[in-house]
Design a protein around this ligand. Structure first.
Ligand code: KG4
Ligand code: ZN
Length: 355
């Protein structure tokens, strides 16, 4: 039996949770900064770290109170060490270090992507994972395809070579004048659209397990905006998705549907291909994009393997998933000490239980 406090501040959500046994979230508090960032059409790093600093103490207290847990009952304090925005990560890490010092509890730095994997085990009826499995972690900052052969055993197969899947949704959403974040907005609008009205190509990559969404984003931009002619063209290219003018004859619902279809088709095809190649028993989806219904539908249609995805509230960033991942590391004897540093980039396969 473990009782773990998780803290997550890698991006724009300040989150804390208390989890028992890596399975039962006794509390799961998320303070979203969405309203602060919506005006910028994306996450603004300085605004994010300041907002984390303002709310972290109250968010952690609330998580402890809701769980009815005292600090003396904790086995360890787990905090997201990376990957993420350094200024944001540091707020959570420094707070967790202070708590660990004050309470004498051990500290565990957790990989945010590993957290997304363990968001899949937080429902009461979730069976243990039937390894080997292929895991697609698709969010605003990451699209990673990972072969998981046991708890804490990862081999990175591939991932986004340019824009992450969620980032592509966010950028195309901005092009179409939809609110941030683009993923849910595009999904909503696409429900009334015809995906066959446009054909958007997905670029082939050198590796069968990589994704490239940048060309797709540009194809959408070309299709739907008034193209500048002559001199203006070079100047307009940077940040063009922000400023470009939409063509009057464009049906936004059709574009959203065709774009969503292309992204989810690529994600499903590559993930299912990997699952076959490595004789996997299950396919696991996590990260913000795993909330997408069409992605889930395609995965089910195109493969007969069991499919897992987190409940909606656990698809996006939260701290219960960090505490859940920490449970397995804690049992394997991992402790991080007080000197570890934030990591802006950190691939999942760089860290195993064997370290
Ligand atoms: O995991 P997450 O909350 O944060 C990161 O670690 O990035 O993922 C957020 C991303 C955003 O890019 C958002 O547009 C995307 O997930 N997203 C979706 C959907 N819901 C969120 N993308 C497609 N369809 C959705 N329903
Ligand atoms: Zn995330």
């Amino acid at each position: 039996m473990t009782t773990i406090l998780g803290i997550e501040t890698s991006c724009d959500d300040t989150a804390a949770a208390v989890v028992s046994d890596g399975r039962v979230a006794r509390s799961n508090v998320v303070s979203s900064q969405l309203d602060l960032h919506a005006q910028y059409g994306g996450v603004f790093p300085e605004v994010a770290s300041r907002a984390h600093a303002e709310s972290i103490s109250a968010v952690v207290s609330q998580a402890m109170d809701e769980a009815g847990t005292g600090y003396e009952q904790l086995d360890t304090i787990a905090v997201t060490q990376g990957p993420g925005l350094i200024g944001s990560l540091l707020v959570g890490i420094n707070f967790a270090k202070g708590l660990a010092l004050a309470t004498g509890k051990p500290l565990l730095g957790i990989n945010h992507l590993e957290g997304h994997v363990y968001s899949l085990l937080l429902e009461p009826n979730d069976a243990d994972i039937d390894f080997p499995v292929v895991v697609l972690i698709a969010s605003g900052g990451h699209s990673e395809l990972v072969l998981m052969t046991g708890h804490g055993e990862y081999r990175r197969l591939g991932g986004a070579i340019d824009d992450a899947a969620g980032e592509a949704f966010d950028k195309v959403g901005r092009t179409l004048g939809l609110p941030f974040p683009g993923g849910p907005a595009i999904e909503r609008v696409a429900a009334n659209g015809d995906a066959t009205a446009y054909k958007f190509p997905i670029a082939q990559t050198d590796s069968p397990y990589d994704f490239s969404f940048s060309g797709l984003k540009t194809a959408v931009l070309r299709q739907v905006t008034v193209q500048p002619s002559g001199h203006g063209r070079r100047k307009r290219r940077r940040g063009a998705e922000k400023r470009a003018q939409l063509r009057a004859d464009i049906d936004i619902a059709d574009v959203a549907a065709a774009f969503q279809d292309a992204v989810t088709e690529a994600l499903a095809r590559v993930t299912i291909g990997a699952a076959r190649q490595f004789h996997c028993s299950e396919i696991l989806l996590s990260g913000g994009v795993s909330a997408n219904q069409l992605l889930r539908h395609k995965m089910r249609e195109e493969s007969s393997l069991p499919l897992r995805y987190p409940p909606l509230a656990l698809c996006t960033d939260n701290a219960a998933m960090i505490a859940a991942a920490a449970h397995y590391r804690f049992l394997a004897g991992h402790r991080s000490g007080l000197a570890f540093e934030a990591r802006s980039s950190w691939r999942l396969s760089e860290q195993t239980y064997a370290e």
